[in-house]
Write a protein that binds this ligand. Sequence first.
Ligand code: MG
Ligand code: ZN
Length: 165
Amino acid sequence: MSLRPGLFLDRDGVINRERGEHTWRMADFELLPGVAEAVRYATDAGYAVVVITNQSGIGLGLYGHADVTALHERLESELAASGARINLILYCPHHPSKGKCLCRKPGGLLLERAIARLGIDPAPSVMIGDRERDVQSAESAGVRGVLVPANGDLRNAVKRELRPA
Ligand SMILES: [Mg+2]
Ligand SMILES: [Zn+2]
């Protein structure tokens, strides 16, 4: 199998509006403008699109895996309505107060897992996030990290950072 580049995306603040608190209720989920177009652009350029998100609210007992799954199904169906598809969504459910895990960003384990599962070449890949820990998680997996302002327009970042084959 030949390797392909990956576009890794943080979720809160990059795909949906960062509200300054945990987002798990449907009513609080707001897809940011330009996301579907950005994902389509990446797919057309030959990139696998992967979302990597810390969801420590699960570890806190604030919400459950089923809530996250339901929210991600909604995200995927909203994108599908615009002809866009995310290849894989991985999340860390742990809260640092309950002990250290390897999957929480700034750790790189979830990126590494996606790289192995989807046959991604880290070298030409990009991670776009709104926090320093997103960049750190990328770098620990051999992926270039790009820091963007929260709740910005993903189209601009993707068109600037991706290198179409
Ligand atoms: Mg974020
Ligand atoms: Zn974890």
